[in-house]
Design a protein around this ligand. Structure first.
Ligand SMILES: Nc1ncnc2c1ncn2[C@@H]1O[C@H](COP(=O)(O)OP(=O)(O)OP(=O)(O)O)[C@@H](O)[C@H]1O
Length: 261
């Protein structure tokens, strides 16, 4: 029995400037249970691809989520379902608790506005579309859960008091874990787009985070169903991938999943 795709990209291209493609003709189908490791040379467009998927960058071609365009959900709401987690959350304003409280204060239909302002690091954000909102058939009860975010952080060694420090006063590894804990704990995302999510963590912390994320996807108890994960670590790729996709100027190419020795 074939599974309904969660996300489908058709012929997606992204340009630095007119006539200067970063990549073109990118096609991808993401299904429930996928942990897709995105590989590619430095500068090949991995981050740009994730930002296109989350509608933070302009692109050509089409992207659909559960068979519908991002616009049909309203871009802010779409971004909470297909959520980009930035590599450097320490550049954010305010404190992590300000953020989760802001998001928690929105109703399910409007929570995207807070979330998208936090995760909006796209250089060519299609911001005009943030103003539109649409009916969201995928919404069940997606009210953000602040306590869960703090609990997830605790499981990863983040004391609750760190949620009240400004982002700039957290270490890179603390900020990375808190951003991920917020993304998971808020409980709205079905697909997380992870941009080198453990690059600032030591091996033990990194494995804790990996295990938690993989368990969420495998067990399927929450909303989280798939991950697209940029990593420069072959070892991490080997541990987490159910699929490996390589990006180059010509598009995306599926590779064999490396098996651990
Ligand atoms: N603000 C910008 N304006 C124009 N070009 C940009 C901008 N930001 C990034 N680029 C270019 O787009 C290309 C893809 O960048 P991107 O960050 O997506 O690559 P990447 O594969 O994630 O790289 P890395 O592995 O080094 O993190 C690069 O050539 C980069 O220089």
């Amino acid at each position: 029995m074939s599974q309904e795709p969660l996300l489908e990209m058709k012929d997606v291209g992204c340009y630095k400037a007119p006539g200067q493609p970063i990549f073109a003709h990118a096609n991808l189908v993401v299904k429930s249970g996928d942990v897709i490791v995105l590989r590619g040379k430095s500068g090949s467009g991995k981050t740009t691809l994730l930002k296109c998927i989350s509608h933070l960058n302009l692109y050509e071609g089409s992207i659909s989520y559960r068979g519908k365009t991002p616009q049909s959900y309203g871009i802010p709401t779409y971004r909470t379902h297909v959520l980009y987690v930035p590599q450097r959350p320490s550049l954010l304003p305010g404190t992590p608790r300000d953020f989760v409280n802001t998001v928690a204060g929105f109703s399910a239909r409007h929570s995207g506005s807070g979330m998208s302002s936090w995760f909006r690091f796209g250089r060519k954000a299609a911001d005009q579309e943030d103003q539109r909102d649409g009916h969201d058939p995928a919404e069940v009860d997606a009210r953000p859960n602040t306590e869960k975010a703090v609990d997830v952080g605790k499981a990863w060694g983040i004391d609750e008091e760190l949620w009240d420090r400004t982002w700039g006063d957290l270490s890179g590894g603390e900020a990375q874990r808190i951003a991920l804990a917020a993304a998971v704990g808020l409980g709205q995302a079905e697909i997380l787009l992870l941009d080198e999510p453990t690059s600032a963590l030591d091996a033990a912390a990194s494995e804790q985070v990996e295990k938690y994320l993989l368990d969420e996807v495998r067990e399927g108890k929450g909303r989280l169903k798939a991950l697209i994960w940029i990593t420069h670590s072959d070892e991490q790729g080997q541990r987490v991938a159910t699929r490996v996709v390589r990006i180059s100027a010509g598009g995306l190419h599926e590779e064999d999943v490396p098996r651990s020795a």
